[in-house]
Design a protein around this ligand. Structure first.
Ligand SMILES: Nc1nc2c(c(=O)[nH]1)N[C@H]1C(S)=C(S)[C@@H](COP(=O)(O)OP(=O)(O)OC[C@H]3O[C@@H](n4cnc5c(=O)[nH]c(N)nc54)[C@H](O)[C@@H]3O)O[C@H]1N2
Ligand SMILES: Nc1nc2c(c(=O)[nH]1)N[C@H]1C(S)=C(S)[C@@H](COP(=O)(O)OP(=O)(O)OC[C@H]3O[C@@H](n4cnc5c(=O)[nH]c(N)nc54)[C@H](O)[C@@H]3O)O[C@H]1N2
Ligand code: SF4
Ligand SMILES: [Mo]
Length: 716
């Protein structure tokens, strides 16, 4: 007899509903849940990797200690005691900042880690906190803070109702959307076209999304802010600005024409590689569409002008009346409003010790992590905690970070794999897998294209003596506090009691009941509670996104800030790019990244079904660039940047813009001590052995991966 369970896929931001059949404690089938109102039965090939992950013999099931003769199992008590004692010992000897922490992407897909991670980090009391945010969406959060007043007030494209979708630097047909939870993006995109709308993609590669769009324009990597400035310029100069209902709430509108006067399509065109006529037409079509939305993602986030790109995207949407409008970009009204529990996004309260990079929301840019470990002196990082992250493969100049990790006096990782990063740990604490735990999407419900909530029960009971992430975090935190002596203060003791007693379920219930759809803790009310949500096993549709502004703004002025100071301060740098002499046809190529439907960042390559087929870790290059260098399709080439070099097979394709090459990120598993038997056979090479830790968006410190200058030549 098989059992049927309804769960969510936790692998990417699309959060597809799953129907999972099990028999005798094993998964026998995973299908899309047709009755899920958001994902409507959609899944992708990665969903089956949840089974592979659960059954993977390489996955750690007990805490492990690194010894001279390999990894040795240790008990939870011993491991947790040792972790807390050694971290605190380093801090006692060298100060709080001697211990650093890095939190990776899967923590965001895990409500236990989201609820129990912050208290653990607070207990560490270190300023050396890092996360995947600064190799990802940091400029989105900064712009949300600057323009709307809160780092999590992120406008979401209303793709189910828009008539014109302008995409820069995103490939949602493969990624299934990011900061835009939009399962089955393909069908939703086709629906835009079927209702007479249009989709335009701006990308240096003719991606899967670009091919399905109505129009694709190549752009020189790293120049999007110029293109966006030209679009805003045309809208303003041609009198097409029509902010509509929100006009009285737009602060600084009158300053924009002068600020962007120089960025005419004619001047911008040669810099970006798009004809002036195309730019004018695009601006006009966007402004004249009945509902339009401009959406930019990783391609415009992880580049040197990331903050300016997101500022100008926000400005373009606002001045054309598409902010907070049906079919434009709207704020969500999530059942659990994380904004109520998260700081608005303060910045610059401290700086990194070595390079002086600014803090944002309590974190420093991860591009500074290696130097903080390698550079001696007061405040040097000597101990590290990593949680659900693989920074050796996912942050710039991974080789340098690898050398740094080797120097640590103590490192502990909460992760179920011995991978490129955790192999350097002294202790690994493995959590349960996604199928062994309940699931609620604190973050992605709040970024979805409809208001939506779902709570899923675990498919399997946790293995005996297994720990959830939240339990590991709570126990580690308790031990860190215990190492400091008896807890002082009523508040601290009460906090510990609450966290321990309520558990994630209790905390979620409280948050839902006091949230926008909650029963307000009234016993007789019929509002949302965890129990009521749990009954909706397929998920609860709370309706399309609704206008919430200006009331929902959190800025001091109560207005939308169209001219935030940090953006204006960075504008001369963009002006300098505009004015720079035209570059000679260079020997160097601009390196960018890419994603594949069967891959998820750095950590699903141990699933045999996902890595089979022809090798995907190739360097894509336009045939003309190859001819110029005397290179042939399929031959091994050396790719060299300022920080390193590697060898990869060459794949020629006219889907690349001439002058641009692409390598996927997340590969490079052939490192000593990596215990991933499948991934090692399909090792590939790491894009981040080439990306430069010095290349940043100076406004926020986000890594500028895109447009890394490289030389490519035949491998010898
Ligand atoms: N050059 C370049 N670099 C990039 C990118 C790029 O496009 N180009 N993309 C960037 C982006 S967008 C991101 S988000 C980052 C990702 O960077 P990271 O978050 O650092 O890395 P991941 O590859 O997501 O690795 C996740 C780790 O978490 C572990 N893990 C998985 N699930 C769980 C869990 O439930 N609990 C715990 N404790 N551990 C778990 C996995 O075993 C793995 O070790 O990479 C960034 N790096
Ligand atoms: N299958 C799969 N899905 C995923 C992931 C995955 O690894 N695999 N990762 C998840 C994560 S963590 C994230 S953050 C999202 C990311 O989601 P997306 O941002 O949609 O995904 P990417 O494929 O990184 O898209 C970035 C695009 O930017 C382009 N690009 C590079 N440089 C530039 C530039 O300078 N300008 C412009 N205009 N474009 C540029 C690239 O060619 C690429 O097409 O995907 C999520 N979904
Ligand atoms: S698109 Fe694929 S990986 Fe993403 S949530 Fe859906 S099934 Fe999972
Ligand atoms: Mo990401």
């Amino acid at each position: 007899m098989s059992d049927v369970h309804y769960h969510a896929c936790t692998l990417c931001e699309a959060i597809c509903g799953l129907e999972i059949e099990t028999e005798h404690g094993r998964v026998t089938r995973i299908r899309g849940d047709e009755r899920d109102p958001l994902s409507r039965g959609h899944i992708c090939p990665k969903a089956l990797a949840l089974k592979d992950l659960h059954e993977d013999p390489d996955r750690l099931r007990t805490p492990a200690r690194r010894t001279a003769s390999g990894w040795a199992p240790v008990s939870w008590d011993e491991a947790l005691d040792e972790a807390a004692t050694r971290l605190r010992a380093l801090q006692r000897a060298h100060g709080h900042d001697a211990v650093g922490a890095y939190i990776g992407n899967p923590a965001v897909h895990n409500h236990g880690a989201l609820l129990y991670g912050p208290p653990l980090l607070r207990a560490l009391r270190t300023k050396n906190r890092f996360s995947a945010t600064s190799v990802d969406q940091l400029p989105h959060q900064l712009i949300a803070r600057l323009m709307y007043g809160h780092q999590l007030l992120l406008p979401i494209p209303d793709i189910d109702r828009t008539r014109f979708l302008l995409i820069l630097g995103a490939n949602p047909l493969v990624s299934n959307g990011s900061l835009m939870t939009a399962p089955d993006f393909k069908r939703r995109m086709r629906a835009i076209q079927e209702r007479g709308g249009a989709v335009v993609v701006i990308d240096p590669r003719r991606t899967e999304t670009a091919r399905a769009a109505d129009k694709h324009l190549f752009i020189k990597p790293g120049t999007d802010a110029l293109l966006l400035a030209a679009l805003v310029h045309v809208v303003l100069a041609d009198g097409l600005a029509a902010p509509g209902r929100l006009a009285p709430a737009l602060a600084g509108l009158e300053r924009l024409p002068a600020l962007l006067e120089a960025f005419t399509p004619e001047r911008v065109a040669p810099r970006v590689g798009v004809a002036a006529g195309e730019l004018r037409q695009l601006a006009r079509e966007f402004a004249c569409a009945p509902a339009a939305v401009c959406y930019g993602r990783l391609g415009v986030s992880t580049q040197s002008f990331g903050t300016l790109c997101h500022w100008l995207i926000g400005v373009l949407n606002a001045i054309t009346g598409n902010l907070d409008r049906r079919g434009g970009a709207l704020m969500t009204t999530p059942a659990l409003d994380a904004r109520a529990y998260t700081g608005r996004g303060r910045r610059g309260r401290w700086r990194s010790r070595v390079r002086g990079l600014p803090e944002f929301g309590g974190e420093l840019p991860v591009a500074a992590l290696a130097e903080e470990i390698l550079t001696e002196g007061d405040g040097q990082v000597r101990g590290l905690l990593t949680i659900a992250g693989n920074p050796v493969l996912s942050t710039p100049n991974g080789r340098q970070l690898e050398r740094a990790l080797e120097r640590l006096e103590f490192m502990v990782s909460i992760d179920f794999y011995v991978n490129e990063t955790t192999r350097h740990a002294h202790l690994i604490l493995p959590p349960t897998t996604p199928l062994e735990r309940d699931h609620f999407d604190v973050v992605f419900n709040a970024l979805a294209i409809r208001n939506y909530a779902r709570y899923s029960r675990a498919v399997f009971d946790p293995a005996p003596d297994a720990r959830h992430d939240w339990q590991i975090m709570l126990e580690l935190r308790t031990r860190l506090e215990r190492a400091d002596g008896p807890l002082r203060g009523l508040k601290a003791r009460a906090r510990r009691e609450v966290l321990g007693r309520l558990g994630p379920r209790g905390l979620l219930d409280l948050a839902l009941r006091t949230g926008p759809y909650g029963d307000g803790l009234a016993r007789a009310g019929d509002g949302l509670t965890l129990r009521r949500l749990e009954r909706e096993v397929h998920g609860l549709d709370l309706g399309p996104l609704l206008p919430t502004l200006p009331a929902g703004l959190k800025t001091k002025s109560g207005q939308i800030e169209l001219t935030p100071e940090p953006c204006l301060e960075d504008l001369p740098r963009l002006r300098a790019l505009l004015d720079a002499p035209a570059p000679a046809p260079a020997e160097t190529l601009a390196l960018i990244g890419r994603r594949h439907l069967r891959s998820n960042n750095s950590w699903l390559h141990n699933s045999a079904r996902l890595v089979k087929g022809k090798p995907r870790c190739t360097l894509l290059m336009h045939p003309d660039d190859a001819t110029r260098r005397g290179l042939r399709d399929g031959q091994p080439v050396t790719v060299r940047s300022r920080v390193g070099e590697l060898e990869a097979p060459l794949e020629l394709s006219d889907e690349m813009m001439p002058g641009v090459v692409s390598l996927p990120h997340g590969w490079g598993h052939a490192r000593p001590g990596v215990s991933l038997s499948v991934a090692r056979v399909h090792a590939g090479v790491s894009l981040n052995d080439l990306t430069d830790e010095q290349a940043l968006d100076p406004v926020c410190g986000n890594a500028a991966f895109n447009a890394t200058p490289v030389h490519v030549f035949a491998a010898t």
